[in-house]
Write a protein that binds this ligand. Structure first.
Ligand code: ATP
Ligand code: MG
Length: 231
């Protein structure tokens, strides 16, 4: 089976400041992989790379067999399709919400996909119901609380029905109830066969959800890959 995500000797530096060193890892379709490691080890950078926001300076990144690079993403058809298949939830939802109200925000992706108005409305209503955010529909995204923003950001991604979700520190800043809701929701996504890639400092989340737990160290490279025995 072709891995969904395939990293081969990936290196990345921010203007000479190393963030990732020789990362080699395959993630199979339907697998849940959790990344752990100390502050600054490169988790967020790796999440960005998986989503095509930064590119390997050395090594290669393939998604479902296709190389993801600055050059290949210049093809807008390819790039649109890739971003439809991989949904990215940033640690800070502020950077991904920009519309006047929540309904518009959620319908933005399906509209970009060129779906009919009927289909756009259907998908928007479906994810609003799924995430139980009907009362947020008319609100301005930038006025929402952190947890509400996270839910809206997730709704936006789900409205495009991606096969993979990449989540950077999804529990950070959420209250206990919202954390529990999110863990349950991710378990549902896992059961539905989605591929999940998650960075977290939360061991409980890692052990509840992960098929494999990957540890990156201060040297910005993978030092341990564990199969989760709890599952
Ligand atoms: N935009 C940037 N410009 C320069 N250096 C950066 C930039 N973003 C991150 N870095 C550096 O790259 C390294 C990896 O950062 P990254 O944010 O990927 O770490 P992280 O593992 O996500 O950390 P945390 O657990 O704190 O979220 C760090 O040394 C960081 O200082
Ligand atoms: Mg980070």
């Amino acid at each position: 089976m072709t891995p969904l995500f395939e990293l081969s000797n990936v290196c990345f530096a921010y203007e000479g400041h190393i963030a990732l060193r020789y990362i080699t890892l395959d993630i199979a379709p339907g697998e849940t992989v959790v990344f752990q490691g100390p502050n600054g080890c490169g988790k967020s950078t790796l999440m960005k790379l998986l989503n095509g926001l930064v590119f390997p300076e050395e090594g290669t990144y393939r998604f479902d067999g296709d190389e993801i690079s600055e050059k290949t993403l210049k093809d807008t058809t390819f790039s649109k399709r890739f971003h439809q298949r991989v949904g990215f939830i940033f640690q800070n939802a502020d950077v991904q919400l920009f519309c006047a109200n929540v309904e518009e925000e959620i319908s933005f992706g399906p509209r970009q996909m060129g779906l009919s108005e009927e289909e756009i409305r259907q998908r928007t209503d479906d994810v609003i119901a799924l995430l139980d955010i009907e009362k947020l529909r008319e609100r301005a995204p930038y006025h929402l609380s952190g947890g509400e923003k996270r839910k809206v950001a997730i709704a936006c991604i789900l409205s495009m029905n991606p096969e993979a979700l990449v989540l950077d520190e999804p529990l950070a800043g959420l209250d206990r109830k919202t954390q529990e809701w999110l863990v349950g929701f991710l378990l549902q996504m896992k059961a539905a066969g989605k591929t999940l890639v998650i960075s977290t400092h939360n061991d409980e989340l890692a052990h509840t959800l992960a098929d494999r737990i990957v540890t990156i160290d201060e040297d910005h490279t993978v030092v341990k890959i564990e199969t989760n025995e709890r599952l």
